[in-house]
Design a binder for this molecule. Sequence first.
Ligand code: HEM
Length: 128
Amino acid sequence: MKKFVYTLFIAFWASVGTLVLVNMLVPDAAEQAPQRVQEPTETARYSLSEVTKHATLEDCWMVIEGTVYDVSDYVPRHPAPPSVLEPWCGREATEGMRTKGEDSDHSARAWRMLERYRVGGLEPSRRD
Ligand code: HEM
């Protein structure tokens, strides 16, 4: 019985030790997200006139800080009513994203979320 209790004691502290070690080795998940969107790396490029073709809530593209996003799938999940997003579909929407139509920027979490909807970079404007 004594031996069993001793083995249990050792096993317990060994697991605690392993947990502490693993915790130290895993990188910090709460790492701060960059506030600025990185330069687009995709090869896809869209002109502003292409973006303007996606100006409805069901098909909503936005240009935010030089990157093109298709946020159609996010529209129904956005915390503010769709009418808040609608005026920004199919156009340059950096101001909307930075101000929420008022005067406060979206959170770092919202900016990270936005990256999921990236479709490409903005082609420099030209007459088409
Ligand atoms: C560009 C036009 C946009 C406008 C005018 C806008 C406006 C707003 C407003 C007014 C709120 C506050 C809602 C409330 O608390 O009831 C909000 C919150 C939020 N929005 Fe937007 N939004 C826009 C685009 C986006 C996009 C494209 C995303 C992500 C793909 C997004 C993600 C969020 C999230 C996650 C919140 C919760 C609060 C936060 O994390 O900042 N929004 N937005």
